[in-house]
Design a protein around this ligand. Structure first.
Ligand code: IMP
Ligand code: MG
Length: 182
């Protein structure tokens, strides 16, 4: 595993190794393959962060499946409570389908809370959420994520699809923001 990395002006230190990430992804994919046996679920990846996890998860998934993408951004503006902005909407018709929503990380839960509400309006047969990371101490909205890779502390992480101001998505390991020196 690499040593610390610098992205813009911040230093990040190793947190979850690529090998551990890969074995956790295999476990989650195996659980999904079993659960959707005999069906053709649609993986809905939330761009940009989830693209790496979704690609690994789908390649480890055994059975027929389809894929779709949405691009969402958190938008709080002047409204309290905030909402999410849809940058790229769902093109696929998902009524009656079994949906697997793939997210990189659940932080406050705002993004998924609003997206799941929108998705439910399309009357899918079922919705399951998988997020590779979750920060339980940051939760502001309850999100029914059934398959989570790791629950982590409430600090900023990068790598495996996650960025800091555009950088770091390509790192195969996950890194955490280094504690600031006193
Ligand atoms: P939420 O809406 O607060 O749950 O935040 C979800 C989005 O914020 C994620 O999809 C990420 O894009 C971003 N995010 C939250 N925490 C982190 C982090 O530690 N590193 C990088 N991006 C993060
Ligand atoms: Mg994201």
């Amino acid at each position: 595993m690499q040593q610390a990395v610098q992205l813009h002006h911040l230093r990040f230190v190793p947190y979850i190794k690529a090998a551990d990430i890969q074995s956790r992804v295999q476990e989650i994919a195996a659980a999904l393959s079993k659960r959707y046996e005999g069906q053709t679920p649609v993986f809905i990846s939330i761009l940009s962060g989830a693209f790496i996890y979704a690609a690994d998860l789908m390649r480890a998934y055994e059975g027929p499946c389809e894929t779709a993408f949405v691009k969402l951004s958190s938008y709080s503006g002047t409204q309290s409570g905030g909402t999410i902005k849809t940058e790229i909407g769902l093109e696929k018709h998902v009524e009656g389908r079994h949906l697997i929503v793939v997210e990189d990380i659940i932080d406050t839960g705002r993004t998924l809370h609003f997206f799941l509400k929108q998705l439910a309006e399309q009357k899918p047969a079922s919705i399951l959420v998988t997020a590779f990371l979750r920060k339980p101490d940051a939760a502001e909205y309850a999100v029914p994520a059934e398959l989570v890779g790791y629950d982590i502390e409430n600090r900023f992480v990068v790598g495996y699809g996650l960025d800091y101001d555009g950088l770091g998505r390509n790192l195969p390991d996950i890194y955490i923001l280094e504690d600031a020196p006193e």
